[in-house]
Design a protein around this ligand. Structure first.
Ligand code: PEP
Ligand code: MG
Length: 306
């Protein structure tokens, strides 16, 4: 059933002059694949679902089976799987984490598994086992990375598990500012705009009162995305966006103009984003990116591009 849904592909995303932009789906389990009709693959497979509501960590075999189900449905396509992103807005009871006064600034994402390396080792072994049994092109990335040293350590762990492609998410401004250094040690970057907004504007991503600061059209956020795009181009490596920002059809050409080579979003956003890119040339995208970057605020950026 999942296989049928994903097989109905409508070709790669392209600008009107033929520049390819991979259009990928965000999923939380194999169930979401049905809505990913038209995606070239998966750009963010969030693995937290498997770990929720547990009194113990799921065992290697159970994890491998859950990953295999997704990989099998995507044979021949890219699947970017994200290692456990626990802590902060995604607490897991079995971890018995110490209370933190500022969980969003605390031991979360990669920071957590660095303190408990066996969690990461087991997950990577499960991913490797599942990848071996299927024909999907499996890329592995870590959440909440801040430095090149963290990225290098993660890439080593991925390679030690026998998995060839390691990347990291750019969710912390420090990582965006040093994207070039990160790309010295990983194969790709994926920008999580939900968290990157939160940390750039010091604004809780769950606060409705701060929505204006969390607007993905904020020129300061776009500036950080541009840093990543420039570094990606220089390194000749893929850099994409997998946060909510990628689902806005008006913003998509701007993101491509800033140097993004892939956009990953919920299944239902794929059609409108594909159409928006097909209507713009690479030069249009670059011009729109300039307009948005130079705007005084988010509203003016949106208006200038519209
Ligand atoms: C993000 O932060 O933008 C992201 C894609 O990850 P999550 O929403 O799962 O934190
Ligand atoms: Mg995130």
């Amino acid at each position: 059933e999942h296989r049928t849904a994903v097989a109905a592909i409508s070709g790669p995303g392209r600008t009107s002059d033929g520049r390819p932009v991979a259009l990928l789906a965000n999923i939380g389990s194999a169930r979401d694949l049905a809505a990913a009709d038209g995606a070239e693959g998966v750009g963010l497979f969030r693995t937290e679902l498997l770990f929720l509501d547990r009194s113990r960590e799921p065992e290697l075999a159970e994890q491998a089976e859950a990953y295999r189900e997704v990989f099998a449905a995507l044979a021949g396509r890219r699947v970017v799987i994200r290692t456990l992103d626990a802590g902060a807005d995604k607490p897991l009871p079995f971890l018995h984490q110490a209370d933190e006064p500022n969980p969003a600034l605390g031991v979360r994402g990669l920071r957590l598994v660095r303190q408990r390396p066996e969690l990461l080792r087991t997950q990577l072994a499960a991913i490797a086992r599942a990848a071996e049994q299927t024909g999907a092109e499996v890329w592995v990335m870590a959440p909440m990375v801040a430095t090149r040293a963290e990225a290098a350590e993660f890439a080593d762990a991925v390679h030690a598990a026998g998995l060839p492609k390691a990347g990291v998410m750019v969710e912390v401004p420090a990582a965006a500012l040093r994207a070039g250094q990160l790309l010295e040690v990983v194969d790709f970057l994926s920008i999580g705009t939900n968290d990157l907004s939160q940390y750039t504007f010091a604004a809780d991503r769950q606060s409705g009162l701060l929505a204006e600061l969390l607007d993905p059209w904020q020129p300061a956020l776009l500036r950080l995305i541009a840093e990543v795009g420039t570094a990606g181009r220089a390194a000749g490596k893929p850099v994409g966006v997998c946060g909510e920002a990628a689902a806005d059809p008006l913003l998509a050409p701007v993101l491509v103009g800033l140097g993004m080579t892939s956009l990953s979003m919920s299944g239902r956003a794929l059609g409108p984003v594909r159409a928006a890119l097909a209507a713009r040339s690479s030069a249009d995208c670059a011009r729109l990116a300039r307009l948005a970057l130079d705007a005084d605020d988010a509203q003016r950026a949106r208006k200038a591009v519209a």
